[in-house]
Design a binder for this molecule. Structure first.
Ligand code: HSE
Length: 307
């Protein structure tokens, strides 16, 4: 660690589940938060002063209530070391509690930053293990750290993750409504068990989802996004969501679904139709009296990085 040096970390937004890949699949998007940190020897980590601009800037907490600080603290403990506090500046572009991985981004950036400050005792796989353990599921954590399209499985506290690259001519159109939906609430509406026919349906759907991305076959995407494990239960929590998805498809998207646990809806579309898809999605929310905005995003291929 170098006193007065500014450490800078950039972390991408992520979309989890991708329809049928509940708690397993995720993808990294070209929308980033940036964390700048200047350590000050002698300052306890929990006394770090934090300023922020952008999304949620007025709601930033400090001390262990802040996910970045909490993740730094946890990572230092894991390494058996201590790290000082200092001054932190956040540039937040990932909307909070909208299904675009803001909590994974915060945890991943805290773990990554602490690792840098300690001289990198952990490799990327270990950074992913610490992040996923804190988050509870690895489907946002894996793409936040590895970039690209990821599959990740958490078993006995250990994450197995793999990434594949995705065609660059596809765009992600994320339409973000003006209300928050917390993951706990969106998980609380899900059943504890499912009939075998639902399990079989999703195994089939996720197989075609993989084919759609790996072999660049957009004709399989709608089938691949067709989930029966979480999407039907969550649609009721997002006014207008069914119309937004239908509008996206009618405007030329290959397919659309809830991003993570919502309320954002994500569509995958060719670049030349992306704006039209975004406008149609905003109109779908408007019909349900919900204001929203859309972003046309590229996919991120790098995951979290020092800049
Ligand atoms: N897989 C998680 C869920 C992602 O759908 O609940 C949200 O963090």
């Amino acid at each position: 660690m170098t006193e007065n040096k500014t450490y800078i970390v950039r972390v991408p937004a992520t979309t989890a589940n991708i329809g049928s890949g509940f708690d397993t699949l995720g993808m990294s998007l070209g929308l980033y938060n940036v964390v700048q940190f200047v350590p000050a020897e002698g300052t306890p980590l929990v006394e770090t002063k934090i300023e922020a601009e952008g999304e949620g800037a007025g709601q930033i907490t400090e001390g262990l209530d802040n996910m970045i600080i909490k993740a730094m603290d946890e990572t230092a403990r894991e390494a058996g070391k201590s790290i000082p506090g200092g001054k932190m500046y956040l540039i937040n572009r990932i909307p909070f509690a909208r299904g675009l991985g803001s909590s994974s981004a915060a945890i991943a950036s805290g773990v990554f930053l602490a690792n840098m400050l300690m001289g990198e005792p952990f490799n990327r796989k270990e950074i992913l293990d610490i992040t996923a353990a804190m988050e509870g599921h690895p489907d946002n954590a894996a793409p936040a750290i590895l970039g690209g399209f990821c599959m990740a499985l958490l078993k006995d506290g250990n994450v197995t993750a793999e990434r594949i690259d995705i065609p660059s001519h596809w765009k992600a159109v994320v339409t973000i409504p003006d209300f928050e939906l917390h993951t706990e609430k969106a998980r609380a509406v899900l059943p504890d068990s499912y009939p075998r026919s639902d399990a079989v349906h999703n195994i089939g759907a996720v197989s075609f989802l993989m084919a759609a991305f790996m072999y660049q076959k957009p004709e399989y995407l709608k089938l691949g996004l067709d989930d029966v494990i979480h999407v039907p239960y969550r649609l009721n929590l997002i006014p207008g969501a069914s119309d937004v998805i239908r509008n996206a498809e009618r405007a030329g998207a290959y397919g659309a679904t809830i991003s993570g646990s919502g309320p954002t809806i994500i569509a995958f579309a060719p670049a030349d139709r992306a704006e039209k898809v975004g406008i149609a999605m905003v109109n779908g929310f408007a019909a349900a009296h919900i204001t929203s905005r859309y972003l046309v995003l590229d996919f991120d291929h790098n995951g979290i990085m020092a800049v």
